[in-house]
Design a protein around this ligand. Structure first.
Ligand SMILES: Nc1nc2c(c(=O)[nH]1)N(C=O)[C@@H](CNc1ccc(C(=O)N[C@@H](CCC(=O)O)C(=O)O)cc1)CN2
Ligand SMILES: Nc1ncnc2c1ncn2[C@@H]1O[C@H](COP(=O)(O)OP(=O)(O)OP(=O)(O)O)[C@@H](O)[C@H]1O
Length: 197
């Protein structure tokens, strides 16, 4: 079981890294339009993206096209094992976390908890047609959004990926965070989760 999730991670990470630059630029644009067209696309509030790395589909196009009322945030690793979020605009100071991923360089007191987000775009390594997501293996998104299991949105949780990251099944685990939607460059999947509050 662990072996197959690890194997899947290795293969799908290699697959997303192999996508050539022109295709990934076009895909990021198409993804932005799909995210902005979701029935629950935010018009205001804090929205979380991520700093794309290791071949992940980029969110820069979406960030640039967000409605004025939305504040774009990046995830920040916190010592308690739960992600925090911090507003970030192009040009603002960044610092590398322990995995080498840039995070906004802000004082700990200004970090926002997951509950303060209206809409969260989650990176992923692989997804399946039932809305299950396989991440990098740190459990960060699963732990951080475990509170969503018992009640509806907000925050809405949306996976972002290249269509090539779809697999038959990610062999979901009980702790895996269910997605409300998944957008790729070519598809929008809406999933049934618990009703909104
Ligand atoms: N862009 C992005 N940001 C993100 C995530 C992500 O998947 N993508 N995360 C989603 O959870 C969190 C970070 N989680 C991570 C978990 C494991 C590894 C990891 O194993 N990385 C290396 C080893 C390098 C190192 O750790 O120094 C690897 O590539 O094998 C990286 C990030 C928060 N930020
Ligand atoms: N809600 C939770 N409470 C406690 N531990 C958790 C929870 N969710 C995940 N974990 C732990 O995190 C570890 C990694 O989980 P998993 O391999 O599913 O991560 P992932 O979904 O790939 O990562 P991520 O969510 O960061 O993208 C698991 O071994 C699990 O023990």
């Amino acid at each position: 079981m662990t072996f197959s999730r690890d194997t899947l991670r290795r293969e799908l990470r290699a697959r997303r890294r192999a996508i050539p630059a022109p295709a990934r630029i076009a895909a990021a644009d198409a993804l932005a339009h799909r995210l902005l067209s979701l029935p629950f696309a935010p018009v205001s509030g804090h929205v979380a993206g991520y700093w794309a790395m290791d071949g992940e589909i980029a969110l820069s196009s979406w960030q640039l096209r967000l409605p004025r009322g939305c504040t774009y945030c990046l995830p920040v690793l916190h010592e308690d094992g739960l992600l925090r979020f911090a507003p970030w605009r192009g040009g603002a100071a960044l610092v590398s976390n322990k995995h080498g991923i840039p995070e906004p360089d802000v004082p700990p007191a200004s970090l926002l908890p997951a509950e303060a987000m209206a809409f969260v775009v989650a990176p992923l390594v692989a997804f399946d047609a039932r809305g299950h997501r396989l991440g990098m293996g740190g459990g960060w998104y699963d732990r951080t959004f475990a509170f969503r299991r018992d009640h509806g949105a907000p925050p809405h949780l949306v996976g972002a990926a290249f269509a090539a990251q779809q697999v038959d099944t990610v062999s979901p685990q009980p702790w895996d965070m269910p997605l409300d939607a998944l957008c790729s460059e070519s598809d929008t999947h809406l999933f049934e989760t618990v009703p909104a509050r």
